[in-house]
Design a protein. Structure first.
Length: 440
């Protein structure tokens, strides 16, 4: 399903970044007493109870900005964050009362007409809790007393926020329906590839990086299979993207990767594999999605002194976390090689959704253990009783074992490699789960 985007909005120095870090579960945003420390948005895939969502921190909105040169860019980013958000946490500081900056920021929030809760921060005593009622004058609905620093009141705040969000229905995909995310750096040719695949100009194509600013869903039929393409804005290395629209487009790009079953990572042959490309591959890996690589602009290979064999070897070395990653070479401009992309989507999705017979899985695992027994630690030895494939998309194998914590990472990788050697799973992640059980 598409993850809802929740933005934290408010004036500077009210504790937005502290609240962000609290919800994220670790320190990510820079926390400082200096107003304006957070100039760009920071986002993270987060969880609250059974809810998963994208959490976004933003720069502070102020009526008398401390830096006039940056203020127009900062305000533009906040506006974009508000437009991208599905819900808003409006944060205020009870110790300061309602300020003009609070009123200015509240006006921006009201215009969105989106679900909003007010987090009255720095309520660390009963006396301060009485101060929250002034903030009802902002006209943003219920005000919740919290202390982001002391982790109090946040549960009620988040429960109220998710109650305001409309229920999200899971997107249904079956054997004849596949969601595909076309991801990559800006100007790698993602939109041109989408147009070449579908035979229509469904996405704007421009030599200017960042032309695609939001995710474009495009439905296409191929050999009886319904494919929904999620063309995305380009992702740059975290913290290196330019201020403004591009940074907020990255929020939806990560969301598209989360929604898809197959991620097509588009590389630019003129720059080949960069650190940004492997960073995007890391997003795909974290989301546990099937993937393959398209090297676009291959019509320039002769000029660049590139050959396919060396290129494939380099790509597999750089993307080792996508096992035996398939590579397709194309020129979206001329159409060369594009005909190989759709069959590869079906192939990789077939590996991703493959369900194996239980008996065959057990035979491969126990044969592997017979050929290479698990090492023990003194008198304590691990033992695997059974292994079953518990789910697909991604393929997940559940091992029931005694002392599973003693099964070394290298041996787990050995078992994964044996499963891959027998059953394939090209371009697909595998998840191995080890559950504890004593001898009966």
């Amino acid at each position: 399903m598409a993850l809802p985007v929740i933005a934290i909005i408010g004036r500077p120095n009210v504790g937005k970044s502290t609240l962000f870090n609290r919800l994220a579960g670790r320190r990510i945003a820079i926390v400082s007493d200096i107003p304006g420390t957070t100039r760009d948005r920071i986002s993270i895939d987060a969880e609250w109870g059974r809810h998963r969502y994208l959490l976004v921190d933003t720069a502070g909105v102020e009526d008398a900005p401390h830096d006039e040169l940056l203020w127009s860019d900062i305000r533009a980013q906040v506006e974009i964050a508000l437009n991208q958000a599905d819900a808003i946490i409006f944060t205020v500081d009870v110790s300061d009362g309602v300020t003009e900056s609070d009123q200015d920021a509240a006006q921006m929030v009201r215009r969105t007409e989106k679900p909003v809760v007010v987090a009255a921060n720095k309520v660390d005593s009963l006396a301060r809790e009485e101060l929250i009622y002034d903030f009802y004058a902002l006209g943003l609905g219920e005000v919740f007393p919290i202390s982001a620093y002391h982790d109090t009141g946040i549960g009620d705040l988040m429960e109220a926020l998710f109650n305001e969000l409309p229920p999200v229905e899971p997107e249904r995909s079956g054997p004849n329906s596949i969601r595909v995310a076309i991801a990559g750096r800006p100007n790698a040719g993602k939109s041109a590839l989408l147009n070449a695949l579908t035979g229509e100009n469904r996405a704007i194509v421009s030599p200017i990086p960042g032309t695609t600013r939001d995710t474009i869903d495009s439905v296409f039929e191929y050999e009886g299979t319904r494919i929904t393409f999620l063309d995305t804005a380009g992702l740059r290395r975290r913290g290196k993207a330019e201020a403004g629209i591009e940074k907020y487009s990255a929020i939806r790009t990560v969301g598209a990767i989360e929604r898809c079953y197959v991620a097509v990572l588009v590389l630019d042959a003129t720059e080949f594999v960069t650190a940004q490309d492997t960073h995007i591959g890391g997003y795909i890996n974290e989301a546990a999605r099937a993937a393959f690589v398209v090297v676009n602009k291959w019509d320039l290979a002769n000029e660049l002194s590139l050959n396919q064999a060396d290129a494939e070897e380099e790509i597999r070395n750089r993307f080792k976390f996508i096992p035996e990653v398939p590579v397709v070479f194309t020129s979206a401009l001329t159409g060369w090689g594009v005909d190989k992309v759709l069959p590869m989507i079906l192939t990789v999705y077939g590996e991703f959704s493959k369900q194996l017979p239980r008996a065959e899985v057990s035979r491969v695992v126990f044969d592997a253990m017979g050929e290479n027994p698990m090492p023990g630690f003194g008198s304590r030895r691990p033992r695997i009783f059974k292994c079953v494939q518990s789910r697909t998309s991604p393929p997940t194998f559940e091992f029931t074992a005694r002392n599973p914590e003693l099964i070394h990472f290298s041996y787990r990788r050995y078992l994964e490699n044996r499963l891959r050697a027998k059953f394939g799973f090209i371009g697909s992640p595998l998840k191995l789960s080890f559950q504890s059980r004593e001898d009966e």
